[in-house]
Design a protein around this ligand. Structure first.
Ligand code: HAM
Length: 452
């Protein structure tokens, strides 16, 4: 009898709940709500996603960068925007022991821009494209696909204003998702114009919102004066209904921005990358201008954005650097992996070789052989409990080992061991000094050390 995947997910939710409840009753220390352990049985997904990201990003000429998880609060307030949900409501911000205001990073763009300016990286014409993988922190209400610690794969490219780069960045995102075999996502695309076309739109929007002021929630009522575009981020139903008939930014953008957007769309079409123009998508961060995009799924409920990004030409200058353009995106790894898990299966990594030994002298010989195998780059394991051969074979089976090296007392006295092929169920006797080269050959690997 086979069970559908959701069945196992329900069961595992139930188990999580029972463990959580037991924890409360017994006073055990639990992880902070919304901050998850990533357990060994899930790690293969994470490794696959990270490896694929590194391969794709490096093929496109991006260099990895790692920045601290804690930064000065001002960095995020000045870049993401004082009146965004992230800065107003979601930052893990606090005064440190010296009283300096700091925050766990809610995203990576601001930190990468800071590092670019601080280390003068923009001066090097080669190293202007970066990627980063790591945890971000936002104090949101946790639910499926929305966590307080989550992980992003983030990409940033600096110094090029040409719409060709916009199309290339989006194409790279598409290729990455395709390499992972992700299907059924839609690319939403918009242009937010430049500061000058946005200021005329701001007047239009403010006057429209003034006509509907009595319907808006208190947050939006405040934002219509300070930062009216942020009203589009509001999830409150009555604000959403007001926005249905609001003026559209796309109708106000200047000729230069319109031509930039037209070229982005044309390159994307030539790259056979489908997109949907969504004139109401404004993204939740203030630094964007011109091209913005999001990858949307209908398979994760309310948390429907797998990733998003856009152009931010003024940001480097605003943070004290030279006036150079930038564009990038970030993918939420938890959401991506949830979606992959709903559609695919991936195994947990397991050792390919298991060493089973009987008797003290054989165990010592097996232990030395095990380290030799690992030194040659072969994933191998044994057990240290001194159990019977039958139970060692059971362990090898459970680990899905492909080969078992069996060293009994008799074999050892003859300087031999057996190799059992667990897939074909065949067994061969070999002299002990032939074991490593034979297994290397069987596993299709080259010898790593010259003295082993
Ligand atoms: P963002 O849209 O705020 O953009 O986040 C990017 C992605 O991170 C989202 O699409 C989502 O998949 C994931 N994400 C965000 N919040 C959470 C959460 N609480 N739990 C789980 N996943 C989450 C940025 O962060 C920009 N820095 C992207 C960017 C890079 N723009 C230009 N360069």
């Amino acid at each position: 009898m086979t069970f559908p995947l959701p069945f196992f997910r329900e069961i595992s939710l139930l188990v999580d709940f029972v463990i959580f409840f037991q924890g409360i009753v017994m006073g055990l220390i639990q992880a902070i709500r919304g901050m998850n352990d990533i357990l060994p049985n899930e790690i293969a997904w994470w490794q696959r996603v990270e490896q694929t990201a590194r391969m794709v990003m490096e093929d496109f000429g991006y260099y990895e960068i790692r920045t601290p998880v804690l930064e000065k609060l001002e960095l995020f307030a000045r870049s993401i925007g004082e009146s965004t949900d992230i800065v107003e409501k979601e930052m893990y911000a606090f005064a440190d022991r010296k009283g300096d205001l700091v925050s766990l990073r809610p995203e990576a763009t601001a930190s990468i821009v800071r590092a670019l300016i601080q280390h003068n990286l923009h001066a090097d014409p080669l190293v202007r494209k970066f990627y980063a993988i790591g945890p971000m922190f936002r104090h949101e209400r946790p639910q499926k696909g929305r966590y307080r610690q989550f992980h992003q794969i983030d990409v940033e490219a600096f110094g090029v204003d040409d719409p060709m780069l916009d199309a290339e960045v989006i194409y790279m995102l598409r290729l990455f998702l395709e390499r992972l075999g992700l299907v059924g996502v839609v690319l939403h695309l918009n242009s937010l114009g430049c500061p000058s076309c946005r200021s005329s739109y701001r007047i239009l929007l403010q006057s429209y919102l003034a006509d509907h002021a009595e319907t808006l929630c208190p947050d939006c009522e405040r934002r219509r004066h300070t930062n009216p575009l942020r009203v589009f981020d509001c999830k409150v139903e009555r604000c959403q209904s007001v926005l249905g008939d609001a003026p559209i930014l796309g109708d106000s953008i200047c000729e230069e921005c319109a031509s930039h957007f037209a070229r982005v769309k044309s390159y994307l079409s030539q790259l056979q990358t489908p997109f949907l123009v969504n004139p109401r998508m404004v993204r939740g961060l203030d630094y964007y201008m011109r091209t913005t995009f999001e990858v949307i799924t209908d398979q994760l409920g309310a948390q429907n954005a797998i990733g998003g990004g856009g152009r931010y030409n003024g940001l480097v200058k605003d943070l004290g650097g030279p006036d150079i353009p930038g564009i990038g995106f970030a993918i939420g790894m938890e959401r991506l992996i949830l979606l992959l898990q709903q559609n695919q299966q991936v195994g947990t990594p397991s050792p390919r070789i298991f060493v089973a030994a009987l008797g003290e002298a054989s165990r010592t010989r097996g232990f030395l052989l095990l380290q030799e195998l690992r030194k040659e780059g072969l994933a191998a394991d044994m057990e240290y409990e001194g159990r019977s051969l039958k139970s060692q074979m059971r362990r090898a089976d459970k680990l899905a080992a492909q080969h078992v090296v069996i060293i009994g007392e008799n074999e050892l006295s003859r300087g031999e061991a057996q190799i059992r092929d667990m897939i074909n169920k065949t067994q061969n006797v070999l002299s002990l000094d032939r074991i490593v080269p034979t297994l290397l050959e069987m596993c299709g690997k080259d010898r790593k050390s010259s003295n082993g």
